[in-house]
Write a protein that binds this ligand. Structure first.
Ligand SMILES: NC(=O)c1ccc[n+]([C@@H]2O[C@H](COP(=O)([O-])OP(=O)(O)OC[C@H]3O[C@@H](n4cnc5c(N)ncnc54)[C@H](O)[C@@H]3O)[C@@H](O)[C@H]2O)c1
Length: 327
């Protein structure tokens, strides 16, 4: 199979590349390395069947050719991460929307219908009161919303573009709403909580919990995520559908911090930091996020292989190995 991955030097994209290379597929990655890194794909560069272009999806000259070559496309390239979204409120809208539009135009121009997975986010559920996030629920984003919501707005536009290309041109496009993915190669640099906690616990520094820590999240291991994406792309019934991809086990951020301290056997304590201090005025948090998974399971029969405890242990082991290799 020929697989094109935009944003393939990022966290989820590089895991997708590894997954497909392991299956003997040919993989073409394009990434501008804005939040991704060469290090994430270093081990693939010498592999036969792997090709990397360092380029911006908005201007990449190879897009039309790659889109026509691919049997499957994962569109992961986007401006992401809460720090980046707050710092770049215009770029998040322009890059995410224009990048998706350019990709879809190229797919349509290619004259046939590869399997396309478009990355969206549980952030589109916005100010919802629902405890469980269902794909068919009405979405609530307040008018004049803070720029923190620009990311969700950009991804909603991507969803609408994807669904419109699917309906109007009969393309096989599936929208996936990721919900707090975790695992190897994720960086804490742009605001992701788990890598930050792991690094703090290993340095025996305080784990910085933003807000009171009672907000809950549901974390899904990226190795489960890529298997779910493969299952969705392989099933033609997923075409034109929006599907949550995540885990439905909820944990509070305070309990997550405690789990990491316990597993790492760290002497770290927990330090609560008000949101205003952590992110500035343009931020507001959502209290709960648990994806409904019945649609994903119905389309793929998907079952999680990784528990949160196993992922935390694995990430601690990897981080300690990295330190041991350097010392
Ligand atoms: N990780 C999560 O929990 C999560 C949650 C919701 C949605 N998502 C979505 O999943 C996708 C992958 O996210 P991730 O967590 O792997 O983040 P990431 O930052 O690691 O990956 C995004 C990749 O896109 C690249 N990129 C950004 N702008 C680009 C451009 N203009 N041209 C080419 N490449 C560009 C970055 O360098 C990076 O490698 C994103 O679309 C993101 O919005 C992720």
């Amino acid at each position: 199979m020929h697989v094109l991955i935009t944003g393939g030097a990022g966290f989820i994209g590089s895991q997708l590349a590894e997954y497909h290379l392991d299956r003997g597929d040919k993989v073409h990655v394009v990434d501008d390395l804005s939040t991704g890194s060469k290090e994430n794909i270093e081990e693939f560069l010498e592999k036969p069947g792997f090709h990397f272009d360092e380029s911006d999806i908005l201007t990449w000259p190879g897009l039309d050719k790659a889109a026509a070559w691919a049997d499957r496309i994962y569109h992961m390239a986007a401006v992401v991460g809460v720090y980046r979204v707050l710092a770049e409120p215009i770029k998040v809208l322009s890059t995410n929307i224009a990048g998706t539009e350019r990709l879809l135009r190229a797919v349509h121009a290619g004259g046939w219908s590869p399997q396309v997975i478009l990355a969206s986010t549980s952030e589109v559920y916005g100010h919802t009161e629902a405890r469980e996030l269902r794909e068919d629920a009405p979405l609530v984003i307040q008018s004049g919303a803070r720029s923190r919501w620009n990311y969700a707005v950009s991804k909603l536009a991507d969803e609408a573009l994807g669904l419109s290309y699917a309906r109007k041109h009969g393309l096989q496009i599936t929208i996936v709403r990721f919900c707090n993915t975790i695992g190897p190669r994720q960086t804490g640099r742009y605001g992701m909580v788990l890598p930050r906690f792991i690094a703090q616990a290993l340095r025996e520094e305080p784990l910085t919990v933003f807000g009171d820590g009672t907000q809950t999240r549901s974390f899904c291991d990226v190795r489960d995520t890529v298997a779910a994406l493969d299952g969705l792309a392989s099933n033609p019934a997923s075409g034109g559908e929006i599907v949550n991809v995540g885990n439905n086990r909820e944990i509070s951020i305070l309990d997550l911090a405690k789990l990491i301290i316990r597993t790492a056997e760290s002497a770290s304590r927990i330090q609560k930091i008000p949101y205003l201090q952590a992110y500035g005025e343009d931020f507001e948090d959502i209290t709960h996020r648990r994806p409904a998974l019945s649609k994903l399971i119905g389309l793929t029969g998907f079952r999680h292989m990784w528990s949160l405890e196993e992922t935390v242990q694995d990430l601690l082991d990897r981080a300690r190995n990295r330190v041991a290799k350097v010392v």
